[in-house]
Design a protein around this ligand. Structure first.
Ligand SMILES: [Zn+2]
Length: 391
């Protein structure tokens, strides 16, 4: 039995959860005045996404939408009827372009003739993320061949991502969100806080007065957001962006109630940021320690993720492995060489004397340290756009 405090909050793995139970699938719960948590089903092992519905004047604003499925639309119909009570949807906000967040933004916008707010990089990503062409292009196959997969295997991965569920409905215009923008929604002001690494320009919303943070996938409890390198940008270094973003979020007070897109709302933001950073440090160390002999990305994936079930897991796990490998290459700790059809990774020339890790644990790679972003905190900008207050 997990521990409960005097307020009935659940204490688990260093975090405090005010609601020990999530709403049932398709149901809502009010988590702050005028802020409703909707548990939207997803057709995956991760079987839900949390959407947040915000009262605004004579209508509603929604943050994220669910995936492009009939089930999603059915749940929305019930929400319109039972919660909205005939009032309109006035705006859609998408934290980022991933299909569980933006899947039916186009449908909602069309139905209510309302604007969709998101960052520019996320909007553009909608139009490149899911390739239309079939079969896979040479660069897609090349990417997976170099990682150690066969051409046939690469083809299977390609067919998987062409699934229509991953294809959000298009919409032809958007309103741009930028770092520091302030949105008035109902009686509250929400400040846009941008994170990167999980997606290109992910928007979180922070209500300073009440200490609320709608975090999207930028901070999740218990599970970690994927940070991956994929075929569209093989030389990307998203882990660097991600770790920098964790430090950016650390500028927010530890006391905020985090409203995440998966799992349950929680307190102890800073502890969670520590945990996420430690998770990636451990993966970096493990990857480095596995490269005394040259290894393919496929072999390294099996070290980092020994239990994978199915092709979708492989797609995510390989992306994550390459994110850590690219980070280490940029640090000079790993080098990559061509070997027959694929790349092999081995330790690079840069080494430093061993430094004891905090708490007496082993230092990374036992003989190296890493330049993890964090020593130079990024300050939250003052609002750039007060005059552009948006609904
Ligand atoms: Zn996401």
């Amino acid at each position: 039995m997990d521990e409960l405090d005097a307020n009935g909050h659940e204490l688990y793995a260093g975090l405090r959860y005010p609601w020990p139970q999530a709403p049932d699938s398709g149901q809502v719960r009010e988590v702050a005045a005028g802020v409703w948590w909707l548990r939207m089903p997803l057709p995956f092992r991760l079987d839900h996404i949390n959407l947040y519905l915000l009262r605004h004047d004579e209508g509603w604003v929604v943050v994220d939408t669910g995936m492009n499925t009939d089930q999603t639309r059915e749940v929305w119909e019930q929400v319109f009827e039972r919660l909205f009570g005939g009032q309109p949807l006035l705006a859609v906000i998408c934290t980022h372009y991933h299909s569980d967040h933006s899947g039916v933004a186009g449908w909602l916008a069309e139905r209510f003739r309302c604007p969709v707010y998101m960052t520019a990089a996320e909007y553009r990503s909608l139009y490149v993320a899911v390739p239309e062409a079939s079969p896979a292009g040479w660069d897609f196959v090349d990417f997976y061949r170099k990682a150690g997969f066969t051409e046939e295997h690469a083809g299977e991965l390609y067919r998987l991502i062409q699934n229509g569920h991953f294809r959000p409905l298009h919409f032809n215009s958007f309103r741009r969100l930028r770092e520091g923008d302030r949105l008035r929604i109902g009686a509250r002001h929400w400040q846009v806080v941008i994170g990167r690494g999980h997606s290109p320009e992910h928007a979180c919303l922070y209500a300073e007065d009440e200490g609320l943070l709608i975090a999207g996938d930028q901070v999740l409890p218990r599970i970690t957001s994927t940070v991956g390198v994929h075929a569209t940008e093989p030389e990307a270094d998203p882990l660097r962006d991600w770790l920098t973003s964790l430090e950016h979020l650390r500028q927010l007070p530890d006391s905020v109630l985090v409203l995440p897109a998966h799992e349950r709302p929680f307190f102890n933001l800073h502890a969670r940021l520590d945990q996420l950073q430690a998770h990636h440090q451990a993966h970096l160390a493990l990857l480095l320690a596995s490269c005394d002999e040259p290894r393919s990305a496929l072999e390294l994936m099996a070290v980092l993720f020994p239990t994978l079930s199915g092709r979708f897991d492989e797609l995510m796990a390989l992306g994550e492995t390459l994110a850590h490998a690219n980070y280490l290459m940029a640090e000079g700790l790993l080098v990559r060489e061509h070997h027959q059809t694929h790349y092999r990774y081995r330790r690079g020339p840069r080494t430093q004397p061993a430094v004891a890790a905090p708490g007496g644990g082993q230092a990374l790679g036992s003989a190296t340290t890493l330049n993890i972003p964090g020593s130079q905190p990024v300050a939250l900008q003052e609002s750039q756009c007060d005059r552009q207050e948006q609904q």
